[in-house]
Design a protein around this ligand. Structure first.
Ligand SMILES: [Zn+2]
Length: 407
């Protein structure tokens, strides 16, 4: 997985019109699909006439529309000074869409997205972890075809999030263990669902790791905006994943498998992890760990996330055992983050899923453990903030599919 999307917007200036059009489109995308012409001109730093040229190119290609007489500004952060209002640039209703897929242990989400990261439609189905890979691939194929058809706009790609490390070169999912799958050639199997007979034949399919994609989404559209080195750590159903944005790009390592942050040691000699080590962050601070810390059962697997949220709700309303459990997990998260801060020197840490809720409930326990465990954190005081997006992984899968248009 190599999301070229993450090319810094203002890294180069110049007179290449095609390059200016791409940079303008990327800037508009990062402003969630709506910006004033003045904002885009300021960001691109390439002169008014170059912006005019790039804009008319994008309008001609049906990608953006320009409102020369905007009645009211609804653009977050837009200047509200007096004088003639700047033209408003938005994503065109004729622009292409991408289809994003988020496969989890218990649900399959498929949505249509346009530039700017706006979700047009979503469909959710319940799934059971089953070793029948083919069956799941057929369900993905059927839902993608349905959503693409309903969008009634050109579809330029499919982005798929899987709960597994994913090889960058060929979209091979190395270890979708929570699905009870062996390693699978995910990209090829999904692409095979769009054979010659369908309108999606030959469509590019991109596959990425769920936490990596959520990191990308939070960086582009959420709590990580404008960070330089953003560390993202999250938990969903079981386990803990993460991602790193470094220098404006998702850091994926040599093969695409980097940032398995769940196996950072958070409690030496602690709980046995499925990786064989003890005290890994994911064995100490995921939904199951929170339930165990609160003295509640961590099985069955169904509804784990919900039951973990109940613990946090009980902690918020004063239940001492639940409060203790939240403090314990927060401290483990802080200890795990301390290791990562020493290694990665982030300028922002974004926590997603259950960890965002833990952070909101008990920020002091987390901060204290982070501070104690990391000499770098003591030096630079890295801000730790909750994620902002409601469906970051799905948004990230859409980012993956939109990347070629913005490259
Ligand atoms: Zn582990």
């Amino acid at each position: 997985m190599t999301p070229e999307l993450s090319t810094p917007v203002a890294s180069t200036t110049g007179n290449d019109p095609a390059n200016n059009a791409t940079r303008l489109l990327t800037a508009l995308h990062r402003r969630d699909g709506a910006a004033t012409r003045a904002e885009l001109t300021a960001q691109l730093d390439c002169g008014r006439s170059a912006v005019s040229y790039a804009l008319s190119d994008l309008v001609e290609r049906g990608l953006v529309v320009v409102d020369e007489h905007p009645q009211a500004f609804a653009v977050p952060g837009a200047a509200s000074g007096r004088g003639r209002p700047s033209h408003l640039v938005t994503v065109a209703p004729t622009s292409p869409v991408v289809i994003a897929v988020h496969l989890r242990v218990d649900t399959l989400d498929v949505g249509a997205f346009e530039l700017g990261g706006r979700m047009l439609r979503i469909e959710r189905e319940a799934v059971e972890p089953s070793p029948d890979v083919e069956m799941t691939m057929r369900r993905i194929g059927r839902l993608v075809r349905m959503i693409a058809e309903e969008a009634q706009r050109p579809c330029i790609g499919v982005g798929v999030s899987l709960p597994s490390p994913v090889r960058a070169t060929d979209g091979y999912a190395l270890a979708p263990r929570h699905m009870n799958w062996p390693g699978v050639a995910a990209r090829d199997l999904i692409a095979a669902q769009f054979g010659d007979a369908t309108a999606l034949a030959g469509i590019p399919v991109h596959v990425g790791n769920d936490a990596n994609l959520a990191a990308l989404a939070e960086y582009v559209h959420g709590a990580g905006r404008d960070a330089r080195n953003m560390l993202f750590v999250t938990t969903e159903h079981v386990g803990i994943g993460g991602g790193l944005i470094s220098g404006g790009r998702l850091f994926t390592g040599a093969s695409g498998y980097a940032m398995e942050v769940g196996h950072t040691t958070a409690n030496p000699g602690g709980e046995l992890c499925r990786c064989g080590a003890r005290g890994c962050l994911e064995a100490e601070a995921d939904s199951r760990a929170l339930l165990r810390a609160a003295g509640r059962p961590d099985a069955p697997a169904t509804g784990l996330e919900y039951r973990a949220r109940v613990v946090l709700a009980d902690a918020a309303s004063g239940d001492p055992a639940a409060r203790n459990a939240a403090d314990t997990v927060a401290a483990r998260v802080g200890s795990g983050l301390a290791v990562l801060v020493n290694l990665l020197d982030p300028d922002r840490i974004v926590l997603g899923g259950l960890l965002a809720r833990v952070l909101k409930l008990t920020p002091e326990s987390l901060a204290a453990a982070l501070h104690e465990g990391s000499f770098l954190e003591r030096a630079v005081a890295v801000p730790v903030v909750p994620a902002q997006l409601s469906a970051p992984t799905l948004v990230g899968a859409a980012e993956l599919a939109l990347a070629p248009l913005l490259a």
